[in-house]
Ligand binder design. Structure first.
Ligand code: SUG
Length: 455
């Protein structure tokens, strides 16, 4: 079925130093699994298997290579200089968490890499990709300057797509990208309405207030500010009447909902959400529904999950809302659900309800993504989606797409070069550091090798 716009997925390939650093701010899974041994090889193979499944459904599936780790320049900027063995040793002895950050593979969660608008919705009629500063997490704040040149390169020959740098990295402008945005659209994909979800009702002025005047009600810290969401909406060149700003509830943030995609998700005209996801939910969503109907002529279909269906804690532990829904080549819907959901009776009941109410669902696949999940990253975290016309999609270099060829090459490389098991003490080994750099370089070459050649 030929559609005006098709959703293209861009997954971040998981890096050879993937590990459990306990670095994710207010991220329960990351806190819980800190310092356990990881398997970069299994992690990367699980990520590739998900990409393969998406591609088999006819979803255009692309990938970004892992930026080089350790991040030597970043370590140098922090004052760790000299020969590599010494830098590793000094940093490990003095600030082991910084060394873990320098080796982090958190770039794999590309739902946080950027915010995206579809060209049919923007005033200039160009799609916009706005990088996210990710400044709420030290280890993730490194990513913006690494992903920017990659995305620029990916879209350099694509007409009417603009890639731009993130908001400046200052706390009042904390931005976590597409994980906090839901684009609701019609079947053709050419009319969309955007919901921007933020955690902190903060403005630059509020931040200047003394601590004593700030609200003390929240135990966990939200990562996205309203000001950042407003500026991202502006940067995406959207009509203000198509943009809705909705605040997360304190209950959700306190339960460990560090991104909206942990408690709500959307695909085309479907919105799946938990009753405790949004403040003043009913009223806020009523406005979205009204605009959606006005713009698309379609009712917005919602599936509300109540706390008695699935409690907040269970929702955060299972990551049902981080499932990835996509449209297959025949126009049917496919849902990729974290494998962990299998064990939950209440999640299964919700999935049955979803399927019976929405006949467009053709399948539900449980995805084994244990290595990513143990750091708080489910199927939807691993992908950035952008709606493009078929012509725009064809202008992205083939070497960046998951095809039978690239998949075989990547799988082989992972099987031979990625460590089966990694412990934090391995970070001290300069040979391991060099190996990681070399492997990332090899993948970058595969990815960019034919970058000038289109199909
Ligand atoms: O930012 N985890 C990531 C998980 C990101 C999930 N993304 C979305 N929900 N879209 C984060 O908290 C943990 C890394 C570590 O602990 O080593 C981490 O960064």
């Amino acid at each position: 079925m030929e559609r005006d716009y098709i959703e293209v997925n861009i997954d971040g390939m998981i890096g050879p130093s993937h590990h459990f650093g306990g670095l994710g701010v207010e991220n329960k899974a990351s806190e819980k699994n800190v310092s356990q041994a990881s398997s970069p090889r299994n992690a990367a193979l699980q990520g590739l298997a998900k990409m393969e499944l998406l591609a088999s459904y006819g979803v255009p599936q692309f990938y970004l290579p892992p930026p080089a780790r350790p991040a030597w320049k970043w370590l140098e900027s922090l004052g760790y200089r000299g020969d590599k063995a010494r830098v590793l040793r000094d940093c490990y002895d003095e600030q082991p968490r910084l060394l873990s950050a320098a080796y982090s593979s958190a770039f794999m969660w590309t739902a946080n890499a950027a915010s995206v608008s579809c060209g049919s919705d923007t005033r200039s009629k160009s799609a916009m990709i706005k990088l996210a500063n990710l400044n709420a997490n030290l280890h993730r704040s490194i990513e913006e300057s690494e992903r920017f040149p990659q995305l620029e390169r990916m879209f350099q020959s694509v007409e009417r797509v603009e890639v731009s740098r993130g908001l400046c990295s200052s706390r009042p402008l904390s931005d976590e990208g597409a994980a906090n945005i839901m684009r609701l659209c019609n079947r053709e994909g050419n009319r969309g309405v955007y919901v921007f979800v933020y955690g902190e009702e903060a403005s630059a002025i509020e931040f200047a207030k003394p601590d004593s005047e700030k609200s003390k009600s929240k135990r966990r810290h939200p990562r996205q500010t309203r000001l950042a969401s407003e500026l991202v909406a502006r940067s995406l060149d959207l009509e203000p009447s198509d943009c809705f700003l909705i605040q997360q509830t304190n209950a959700a943030i306190d339960a460990g909902v560090f991104h909206n995609d942990v408690i709500a998700t959307s695909h085309e005209n479907l919105l799946l959400y938990h009753e405790l996801a949004f403040q003043d939910s009913e009223e806020a969503l009523e406005r979205v529904k009204r605009r959606f109907l006005e713009k698309t002529g379609l009712p917005l279909e919602t599936l509300l999950v109540t706390s008695s269906d699935i409690g907040l804690d269970e929702a955060v532990d299972m990551y049902l809302f981080n499932s990835q829904i996509c449209t297959d080549r025949e126009g049917g819907w496919r849902m990729l659900v974290p494998d962990d959901c299998r064990s939950s009776e209440s999640v299964r009941r919700t999935l049955d309800r979803l399927r019976s109410q929405h006949p467009r669902f053709r399948s539900i696949d449980y995805c084994p993504l244990g290595e990513s999940m143990r750091n708080g990253g489910g199927p939807a975290c691993l992908r950035l989606r952008i709606s493009l016309t078929p012509a725009q999609r064809d202008q992205i270099p083939r070497s960046m797409e998951i095809s039978a060829d690239t998949l075989t090459q990547l799988q082989k490389l992972v099987e031979t070069e990625y460590p089966e098991k990694l412990e934090p003490s391995d970070f001290l080994n300069p040979d391991f550091a060099e190996h990681c750099e070399r492997v990332s370089q090899q993948i970058a070459l595969l990815w960019g090798a034919n970058s000038g050649v289109s199909r």
